[in-house]
Design a protein around this ligand. Structure first.
Ligand code: PMV
Length: 329
């Protein structure tokens, strides 16, 4: 019998991942670069015991639905296989932010689960190994193993050993702010896996997206390490709009935005015209994440708060990587 509790933070991609080179191992077709978010985290405890006949999962103190339980169970199978155990587990997981509101809950969830489950199973592994396992749960989760600014490699190997994230710079390297505008609390209609498959199978833009990914990654890596805020912001907006153009160009096209999402994008560009440097990025959902420097946080928050339909704002700075909160063996 062994248990462990871990916490991992969500992250937002500045250079986006969209598309898989292999679905069964969840291998990305392109690399990505993200910043881990201090304010949004998942805390997960895993307890393996031979007394339990099945895996049980609780999310935010309520039993998880069948689909989620199966997804977690499949993930635990990877850990069980590596640890040579077959005990079932009780998994208790809680987010400090609304689940399924497009705030990348799967990223923090699978990063926390990878660390808690492997520790509870008696494994002590490298961050790279944890990142590889987290990727099996969700591509973006591989990045949440690390804090600060993180690069995910698409890798070349068929077994996915090199499709892992690595840190580019720690959370205290650069004090940037991310102001998140929540424009809808509803769960999205097309998840990222289905959306990516649709783009890959039906968009004429998909080959161009894959072919040009390396240039975007290298430009962002350089801009970040030079703390060139203008360039980082421009590249973030570019990668976001490029990813959404790809999603929009599938058949049928995927529309992740609502009207308020658009209003926020225009407001961000208005701020820039008035001299406040702020840049948006948006994942597969309607929330807008706005990147700015600390001296502009208040101006950005005031502008976004005034937009009708913006339900609330969450402001954060770069956060730390996945870590254990407690362990009993
Ligand atoms: O980690 P997934 O499979 O939910 O995919 C994430 C996709 C985006 O959030 C849209 C982009 C990214 O790189 O996080």
């Amino acid at each position: 019998m062994a248990q462990a509790t871990a916490r991992a933070h969500s992250n937002i991609a500045l250079i986006k991942y969209w598309g898989k080179r292999d679905s069964s191992l969840n291998l990305p077709a392109v690399g990505s670069i993200s910043v881990t978010l201090d304010a949004l985290h998942t805390t997960t405890s895993v307890h393996f015991s031979s007394e339990w006949p099945t895996d049980r999962v609780e999310l935010n103190q309520a039993p998880a639905d069948e689909k989620t339980t199966q997804r977690v169970s499949r993930f635990l199978d990877i850990i069980r296989q590596n640890a040579h155990i077959d005990e079932r587990a009780l998994v208790l997981s809680a987010n400090n932010f609304p689940t399924a509101a497009g705030l990348a809950s799967s990223a923090s969830a699978f990063a926390a689960l990878a660390l808690a489950a492997s520790t509870a199973a008696g494994l002590s592994v490298s961050p790279a190994q944890l990142s590889e396992w987290a990727r099996r749960g969700s591509g973006s989760a591989a990045r949440s193993i690390f804090g600060g600014f993180v690069e995910m490699h698409k890798g070349r190997r068929a077994d996915g050993r090199d499709a892992v994230a690595e840190p580019l710079a720690a959370a205290d390297f650069w004090d940037v702010r991310i102001v998140i505008a929540i424009t809808s609390e509803q769960a999205k209609q097309t998840g990222s896996t289905g959306g990516m498959e649709q783009s890959k199978n039906s968009s004429v833009y998909y080959p161009a997206w894959v072919d040009t990914a390396e240039e975007d990654l290298s430009a962002m890596r350089n801009a970040l390490l030079q703390k060139d805020f203008t360039r980082v912001g421009e590249l973030s907006e570019y990668s976001c709009l490029k990813m959404h153009a790809l999603a929009l160009s599938g058949q049928p096209g995927l529309l992740y935005w609502n009207g308020v999402t658009m209003d926020v994008m225009h407001a961000v560009r208005n701020l820039r015209r008035q001299g406040t440097e702020a840049y948006f990025t948006i994942d597969a959902g309607p929330q807008v994440k706005v990147l700015c420097l600390p001296e502009h946080q208040n101006t950005v928050e005031e502008a976004l708060q005034q937009i009708p339909g913006v339900l609330r704002l969450i402001t954060t700075r770069p956060g730390t990587g996945a870590h254990l909160l407690g362990e009993k063996a």
